[in-house]
Design a protein around this ligand. Structure first.
Ligand SMILES: [Fe+2]
Length: 271
């Protein structure tokens, strides 16, 4: 089987208008323009799949999700499937209405399990598992025990396929000391050690981090909205924007983290 390439984007935090938000952050660029320029210049024919791991839209309405979808559909060729995970800044109701054309009941009227965005996609020799690991009611990041059981079942059903897990909140990695960790029960931690699981791919921290979760590697993709960088106990917003390229070759996983800004300079080719 040939190599399988995934463009892993995260934390686009798209909005049509940001009000005073960007000014308050000290950001001197308009993030949707950076996203559009990136989409315009990316060589999509090199990829088999695009995944965006959450915080697609920043606290937006269904119209923002529609505009976000329109923007990405304008540049990403139809032949390349795009899959999403949802993050802590995604409003589930607006996402379902704007991008899935689905009216969902008010959150409190049905249990979280019935509307959370968990799903599985099988392509070639791989099973891609997406988990919605944020509870908007309690504002807690977690893989619930029910989701852990569901994940176990999906790995069993993967049979000969190898699996990759995509979700917004990474495990055991914090943006800043003192923030709460993503909650995961011991049984689910055991499930994450399954030999079929080649890796965990997340976002949320707006920087590329590589962490071992037991013996399973986890990678986070940088954001296309803003970077985070800690200096002397303080966290700063930065213009370090980027994306990850995941290359699968059988059971081998290669992750290349590239930057969009600050602008990279290319000098002479190496002879
Ligand atoms: Fe986030």
């Amino acid at each position: 089987m040939s190599k399988f390439r995934i463009l892993h984007l995260s934390d686009t935090h798209f909005r049509q208008k940001y009000g005073k938000q960007l000014e308050k952050m000290g950001i001197d660029y308009f993030p949707p323009h950076v996203l559009e320029t990136f989409l315009k210049t990316m060589q999509f024919q090199d990829f088999d799949m695009v995944v965006i791991t959450g915080d697609l839209v920043h606290e937006g309405k269904s119209k923002d999700y529609q505009a976000f979808q329109q923007l990405i559909n304008q540049y990403i060729p139809k032949s390349i499937p795009i899959y999403f995970a949802l993050g802590n800044h995604d409003r589930r109701k607006s996402f379902y209405k704007g991008m899935k054309n689905l009216e969902t009941p008010r959150n409190q009227e049905i249990p979280r399990e019935e509307w959370q965005y968990d799903y599985v996609i099988d392509v070639e020799d791989y099973r891609f598992i997406f988990i919605d690991n944020f509870d908007p009611e309690t504002r807690v990041a977690l893989i619930s025990d029910n989701q852990g059981d569901w994940l176990k079942l999906q790995l069993e059903r993967a049979e000969q396929k190898k699996a990759l897990l995509f979700m917004h909140h990474p495990l055991d990695v914090l943006i800043q000391k003192g923030l709460p960790h993503t909650l995961v029960g011991d049984d689910t931690r055991d499930v994450l050690q399954d030999d079929k699981l080649l890796g965990i791919f997340a976002g949320h921290v707006h920087m590329n981090r590589s962490t071992m979760i037991g013996k399973t590697p986890q990678w986070t993709a940088p954001s296309i909205y803003c970077g985070f960088h800690p200096i002397d106990q303080k966290m700063y917003y930065t213009n370090h924007l980027g994306f990850n390229v995941i290359t699968l070759d059988g059971e081998q996983v290669d992750v290349f983290s590239d930057i969009i800004t600050p602008t990279k300079k290319y000098y002479r080719p190496i002879k």
